[in-house]
Ligand binder design. Sequence first.
Ligand code: CTP
Length: 400
Amino acid sequence: MSQQQYKISREVVLGVGGGIAAYKSCELIRRLQDHGFLVTVIPTRSSLNFVGAATWEALSGRPVQLELWNNVHQVPHIAIAKKADAIVIAPATADLIARIASGRADDFLTNVVIASPAPLILVPAMHSQMWLNPATVANVEILRERGVLVLDPAVGNLSSGDSGVGRYPETVDIISAVESSLNHTADLLGRKILVSAGGTREPIDPVRFIGNLSSGKQGIAVALSAASRGAKVTLVLANAPEVSIEGVEVMHVQTAEQMRTALSAEFESSEILVMTAAVADARPSHMSTSKISKENLLNIEMIANPDIVQELGRQKSGQVIVGFAAQTGEDWIVKAREKMSSKNLDVIYVNDVSNGAIFGSEETTGLVIEASGRETPIKNESKYSLANKLLNIAIDKLGK
Ligand code: CTP
């Protein structure tokens, strides 16, 4: 079975230009890491007059390459350019801005810049006269027209003793520029989120099982969304295609009993459980080791499976539980509300699955119901968008 790979956008290249503000990027790299980014630093030769390569290696925990002509067999400028989800150059000097605007590739950093399709964010810091020089103004205009995000330098005291425009902007402003370029926020950093997905299968005999149509897509979207927001995620996945999501621990299960064991082990240490899995409500009382003949298929004895989320709902000690309900028929909302209260859920997402709608599709339409009574309709939204909304609601409820 081929494996579906999901990557989280958090690889940042930090280019450092030769200005006194280079020391401020030592703080920037730390804050980028706090926000869940992994940073590779590329200092220019002249920046080493201000901050040495050893500092960048120690802060980033990664080797620092200065020259294009080292490790040539690995084609490092292309490898780094491909891996980058964003390139931030801080401080961006007048010279670096000019070289990038004219498409030069005369050192390692500018080679990476020109070879990468990743969003480019320039953080200028220089003397006011250099920033206001018509050549710099024209270069900045060219870059902005090309879609490069050039931040405005701050106003204040400059290292020359003058004051004016040209100061290195606040670190928080640089971080929010990186986050919005990448559509990445680390608001769930350090949170532990447990997700179930897929549909359980209850074996009848070596060739048959009781199963359902769940594709696992909604739960995978929740795991992906939570991980990309910095959470520590465990995904208990039943009978869905193999997935690999950076930063997500995937536990594969088949039956309801296996899912119950996996979720019970993780629940206590989790803060949020999102229970998207379709759990078979019953199973054959025993699995036949040989294939059952067709005459005997009508006599299979069934027993009830545990209601996993109801059990966990009883054990809650501060966790927020989000359940799902796939309903058919006119009273689908009423039934969903009943499920929310009987299973002690904080939130339930219900969709009307008459005629097989939703299963396997990329989009979803339904209603988010909160225990507080608030309802949010969802119409033809991606499962990822719903995942984000449910996580927002769950985080809001944590600690209340
Ligand atoms: N659920 C569970 N264990 C079960 C059945 C359901 O944990 N044995 C969870 C599902 O993962 C979902 C929620 O309960 O989050 C509602 O599932 P649903 O199948 O709609 O509810 P049931 O209680 O099985 O009700 P019914 O099938 O009768 O509609």
